[in-house]
Design a binder for this molecule. Structure first.
Ligand SMILES: C[S@@+](CC[C@H](N)C(=O)[O-])C[C@H]1O[C@@H](n2cnc3c(N)ncnc32)[C@H](O)[C@@H]1O
Length: 252
């Protein structure tokens, strides 16, 4: 992804989203803060697969605006730590949810080895070129036997049209291969379960509408919208599809 498109989608729009949620009310924060296509059903699947429970130290890598980590904190009383390289995203998640958050690249996670019980990376792998390096870093920081939960868009078509800037969607065989190379055994994979409830999408849509009315003429906003439109076309036309993955690192 070009720097400007990356900054637009994950930096500036993240700050605008936090501004809009502040105006609309806290019940909008989690739906608007899930920017990697995770529905409540997908989050519940990942939480149960990873056996989250009260006190689980959960790293959310590429946490974005923080909706998924905040959801896990509310529903499962996990102790989340959020990491994202975009300062706009980390300041938005800190403002919205007040959870521990660090601005850092997933290729050099500033945590000690084995220091978290589980990790999520939702909608992140498709934005990273060196997927094996990112997964190896995740494996390093997850305690032995701990779970990795992923939401990944996999490519089903040979060539994708339109292609969102900077994304690299793995094919299913490539996803399986990079997980294996990084030392993870896949326990289970599924397509995204069930539909998103209307009350959730309505709250996310209200935030989106407020951001559009405030920033709709901004170049950065229009670039981010174009990115989302392209991903929407790829999903609706069946060129890419969602995979939820539960994997566990092999013991050395
Ligand atoms: C599609 S968003 C998903 C955000 C969040 N996980 C969610 O589901 O709402 C992808 C996120 O990955 C982050 N990201 C991109 N490259 C990264 C990297 N090298 N390390 C960690 N995060 C990265 C982006 O800043 C962005 O917040």
């Amino acid at each position: 992804m070009s720097d400007s498109a990356m900054e637009g989608e994950f930096d500036d729009v993240a700050s605008w989203t936090a501004d809009a949620v502040k105006q609309l009310g806290p019940e909008h924060a989690i739906p608007a803060g899930c920017r990697g296509s995770a529905s409540p059903a997908a989050l519940a699947w990942l939480a149960e697969a990873c056996e989250l429970r009260a006190g689980t130290r959960l790293l959310d890598l590429g946490a974005g605006v923080g909706g998924p980590a905040a959801w896990a904190h509310r529903r499962y009383a996990v102790q989340p730590i959020l990491i994202d390289p975009m300062p706009g995203a980390t300041s938005a998640s800190a403002r919205l949810f007040g959870l521990p958050v660090v601005t850092a690249d997933g290729l050099a996670i500033p945590l000690q080895s084995g220091s978290v019980d589980a990790a999520w990376a939702l909608g992140v792998l498709c934005t990273v070129t060196d997927k094996v390096a990112l997964l190896k870093e995740l494996r390093r920081v997850i305690a032995p036997g701990g779970s990795l939960g992923l939401l990944v868009l996999v490519a089903l078509a040979e060539s994708l049209d339109p292609m969102p800037e900077g994304n690299s969607f793995p094919r299913q065989v490539e996803l399986d291969a990079v997980l294996d190379e990084a030392g993870f055994d896949v326990r289970e994979q599924t397509a995204e379960p069930d539909e998103t409830p209307l009350s959730w999408t309505e709250r996310a849509d209200r935030v989106e509408e407020l951001v559009r009315s405030a920033h709709g003429q901004d170049r950065v906003y229009r670039e981010a919208q174009e990115q989302s439109r392209r991903i929407g076309v790829l999903l609706e036309s069946g060129q890419v599809a969602t995979r939820l993955v539960h994997a566990v690192g092999r013991r050395p």
